[in-house]
Design a protein around this ligand. Sequence first.
Ligand code: RIB
Ligand code: CA
Length: 341
Amino acid sequence: MGGQERRKVIFDTDIGWMNDDCTAAMFALLAPELDVLGITPVMGNFDLNWSMACALRLIEILGRADVPVCRGFDRPLLHERDPYADRVWGKWATFEEVTSFPAGMPALQPDPRHAVEFIAESVRRYPGEVTLLAVGPLTTVAIAIRQYPEIIEQVQEVIIMGGAISTLPRGHGNITPAAEFNFWVDPEAARIVLRSGMPITLLPMNVCRQTSFARETFNRLTAPTSAHPAAARLIHDYLLRNFEDPAFDRENARLYYGMYDHTVVGYAINPGLYRSIDMNVDVSVIPGPDYGVSYGYEKGPYVSGVDRFPLEDGSQAIRVVYDLDFPALVEMYVRALTGAH
Ligand code: RIB
Ligand code: CA
């Protein structure tokens, strides 16, 4: 970074073993532009016990035991797990103890502080300097806001992967027809965060759908010349199977689920690679088919300055990213993971 100060970030994540959260965490931990103050796992893709084990084992393998891992919330504020959630990918609140782990059980222990305390402490310690990278359900961030409202003014930025904006291209849902997973798991939390007044940048499904994980990227990440052999080995040992899966699209040599949460890390490093607009965004908390659906609108095109639109009551304008230079994001990722600077 040529002597430039590294950007202080906290990685709030529903991490699983070598899922996109996990490889995005590797990206953040190894990027020389970022200073990861801590990782705060939250339930979502998996039960929190599993996510804690994943984060601890990851930093152990990468030799980054200096990074605290603080336990976040193990269930959404209101949303109960049900058979639909189980079927479509919602394993939060199973509370199963982790007794074995693919890469060996972590010996490292979690930091004793709760994620909420850790976030508040860090933001207060470095006012205006800490950015939250939120790539899972927003439960912990919402409680931190409620418990320590002073962080609203003191946080530098909150960069969120969540939601799907139907008024922009590629804005359909991925867990219900219109809802995106992170917001749907805890819509009430998402609403608290979006309405908090914090400086928010949102990377919704619209932009994540422009990413993929290519075989060529895999090959570069696992090159024997990598300066981070532990990272290269993890990618090789756990992601190779994706390319051997019969469902893999060999013709296009791409996997379509692989770099969603990386968009947030890339934005923290170089927002110049992305295009965004200001929109009012809110989340429906009405039970039924609309639960967890995010809505975004620009005041000009959709709503006149005189008429009030229901979303205006409490929603705020945030920055919504709708486009990115994906090849440049891949370059940043490869550079971070292989140390090729
Ligand atoms: O909906 C996409 C989000 O949920 C991403 O954060 C990804 O990790 C998935 O689990
Ligand atoms: Ca995630």
